[in-house]
Design a protein around this ligand. Structure first.
Ligand code: ZN
Length: 430
């Protein structure tokens, strides 16, 4: 691309940045936790319509996707799960098509008194914008939008079809991105600006969610025998799962991108409930687990290993021997994905194009990293044969308290994204 045009595009990002920050602030003000995304999706749909895009807004139908690879089981309905996709139709269609994807759903804020200020009243302090979802990943979604704005400000549009996706369900299943695939949205590459510090994600682990249900006969505490307590029975099972976690993290089990990562796969007991009150021996207990897996690790084999581990530990416990744990899968059933394993021409070319855009903005080489969590890239990479790149801003305390994103970083990512679009899709005059 002409250096002159590139400079104009970068200047347009600067010129529009106050507007971009205000837009991000308004978006963070919509508390789009799972089931509550409609207002934020409405806000995004309006923004896409205002930019002349064709807007497709639909409720995910579980029956459309439950048979597809990558589907994650869910409990409950999808009455409130609405995706938004804006389409830019190129006049010339001379370049390579692109999906800009981001998720609108955010994780729960947790106890509000752990925050220094209300999580949905975003505030700016110095370079930081604070608020739940500011980093993960509304700043990325907004960077996608304002990258396109910068092109338009200079009289350009992508010279290929471009799909702007704002999806739900990233934080618990990924079924929002899967529904986009099922609906027919395909392109030559995908960019997802998840907040990984302006690096390119070369590999990500998979994630499995499951619940363990324990149930037995209630007793009066006065007659409670040893180990007949459903809550205490969870403890040996949790210990056994940590044994499995250790086994899976062994050097010989690691994917090559995680060879030097001592503990890439994390088991987290994220929630536990059980019992009724202090003077009854608890008859029931349920705990929720998140476990990582490596790219290439088979989901079915992983599930069998988890089940065998729990059943073996149950055999050694007096309560559990007669009351076998029941395992219920709901939420993530996600394979790992490694962009680095994709040696196709489109993948290499997309990585190179992003690297050049990053260098033009930052004057340094694009670093790559392997991350110990999942993103929606896996759907495009594994099930649609499309290279999927994660590259987004610097954020801190995502999923924690006082989540914040660096605005300067969001600006640089917006610039890199604008140049990436311009070089990948090419430009046509509006
Ligand atoms: Zn995210």
């Amino acid at each position: 691309m002409d250096k002159d045009i590139a400079d104009k595009i970068l200047n347009a990002v600067d010129a529009n940045f106050d507007k971009q920050t205000a837009f991000l602030s308004e978006l963070v003000g919509h508390p789009s936790t799972r089931g509550q995304e409609q207002a934020a999706q409405g806000f995004m749909a309006k923004a896409l319509l205002a930019r002349g895009m064709l807007v497709d807004r639909w409720q995910i139908n579980l029956d459309d996707i439950r048979h597809l690879p990558g589907f994650s089981p869910v409990i409950g309905s999808y009455d409130d799960a609405v995706n938004v996709v804006g389409t830019h139709k190129s006049r010339t269609a001379s370049g390579r098509s692109l999906i800009l994807n981001g998720h609108i759903d955010i994780v729960p804020a947790g106890p509000l008194d752990m925050w220094d200020a209300p999580p949905f009243l975003p505030r700016v302090e110095g370079d930081w914008m604070y608020g739940r979802g500011a980093g993960d990943m509304k700043a990325g979604l907004v960077a996608n939008l304002f990258a396109l704005d910068a092109l338009r400000a200079e009289g350009f549009a992508p010279a290929a079809d471009l799909y702007f996706q704002s999806v739900v369900e990233e934080e618990c299943t990924g079924n929002g991105a899967l529904a986009c695939l099922q609906r027919g949205y395909k392109a030559d590459a995908v960019l997802i600006p998840e907040p990984f510090d302006e690096t390119l994600v070369k590999a990500q682990t998979g994630v499995i969610w499951f619940q363990v249900h324990l149930e037995g006969l209630p007793t009066h505490v006065a007659y409670a025998g040893d180990g007949a307590n459903a809550i205490e029975a969870a403890i040996p099972l949790i210990n056994a799962l940590h044994g499995l976690e250790k086994r899976w993290n062994a050097p010989e089990c690691r994917h090559h991108d995680f060879a030097h990562h001592e503990h890439a796969l994390n088991l987290n007991v994220g929630k536990i409930v059980g019992g009724d009150w202090p003077s009854s021996v608890p008859a029931w207990c349920v705990f929720d687990v998140r476990m990582g897996i490596f790219p290439g690790q088979d989901l079915e084999a992983a599930r069998k290993d988890i089940e065998a581990t729990l059943l073996k530990a149950a055999e050694e416990n007096s309560f559990l021997r007669d009351n076998k744990p029941k395992i219920v899968y709901h939420g993530f059933m996600a394979e790992g994905y490694a962009l680095s394993d994709d040696k196709s021409e489109p993948a290499l070319s997309a990585i190179q194009t992003l690297g050049e855009a990053h260098k033009a903005v930052n004057d340094k080489a694009l670093e790559q990293m392997a991350i110990t969590c999942t993103t929606d890239t896996r759907f495009y990479g594994l099930y649609a044969n499309t290279p999927a790149l994660v590259y987004g801003p610097h954020a801190e305390a995502i999923h924690g308290f006082n989540e914040r994103v660096s605005l300067e970083s969001m600006k640089r990512v917006t610039k890199t994204t604008a140049l990436f679009i311009a070089n990948w899709c090419g430009l046509e005059e509006i």
